[in-house]
Ligand binder design. Structure first.
Ligand code: 5RP
Length: 227
């Protein structure tokens, strides 16, 4: 099975965890796209009723609205029952790198107010240690070249996330710098160091954030319980 088929499998499977009446956090990315398609279908068929979606990107908001899913602003709900999102890497101890799609800041804010977080991934995303996937860091544009230079001096091998010839802009109009670290020995220490650098708004290190993971495999979806 190719990677897209596994993404579709896990995306569809995750909709089984969405019950009528829930407030659901809708993540971002190609795996989540399959989940939102299936959710929209079940809403249209009346199988899932009265759900409210809170999205982690403008992209997902448009897709969900087009499918007839009710979307509310995060500040217009007092909690989120379950957030379903993708991930770029998940280590043996269920720590994650996210932000490959550039939505890490809203994704972390939505995860923070969610009672439960589920990640949906194909099996290629499971790794022993984090770091082969470049770690995204969201920076405000003002003074961002200085942040980039500091990251370079620290040996973190930064590159600008590009969108054609222009620097990629997040939904908050920020830039993303990707750090090519290879292997991250101490994700918590790195997250603490980066978040304290002035100009960095958020990092793609999602530590102790996930409850359950659904992994798409050729043998069918597997559920892993993190905590
Ligand atoms: C977007 C993300 C995505 O969830 C992550 O990049 C996985 O994406 P995909 O399902 O397309 O592989 O963090 O910011």
């Amino acid at each position: 099975m190719d990677q897209n088929a596994l993404k579709e499998q896990t995306g569809k499977e995750s909709v089984k965890y969405i019950k009528s009446g829930m407030i659901v956090g809708l993540g971002t990315g190609s795996t989540v796209k399959y989940m939102v398609d299936e959710l929209g279908k079940q809403v249209q068929e009346g199988k899932i009723k009265d759900i409210i979606g809170v999205t982690t990107s403008n992209r997902t908001a448009k897709q969900a609205r087009d499918l007839g899913i009710t979307i509310k602003d995060i500040d217009d709900v007092d909690h989120i029952d379950l957030t379903i999102d993708g991930a770029d890497e998940i280590s043996d101890d269920f720590q994650g790198i996210k932000g490959g799609g550039g939505a890490l800041l809203w994704e972390k804010i939505v995860a923070n107010v969610s009672n439960k977080v589920m990640w949906i991934v194909d099996e290629s995303k499971l790794v022993h240690k984090l770091g082969a996937f470049p770690l995204p860091v969201e920076v405000i544009p003002f003074g961002s070249q200085h942040v980039f230079d500091r990251l370079e001096k620290k040996g973190y091998k930064p590159t600008w996330r590009m969108d054609g010839d222009e620097k990629f802009r997040t939904d908050e109009n920020n830039y993303i710098i990707d750090l090519h670290l290879g292997e991250i020995d101490d994700p918590k220490a790195l997250a603490d160091e980066l978040i304290h650098m002035v100009g960095i708004v958020e990092t793609g290190l999602f530590l102790n954030r996930v409850n359950d993971v659904i992994v798409g495999t050729p043998e069918g979806p597997k559920v892993l319980h993190a905590r």
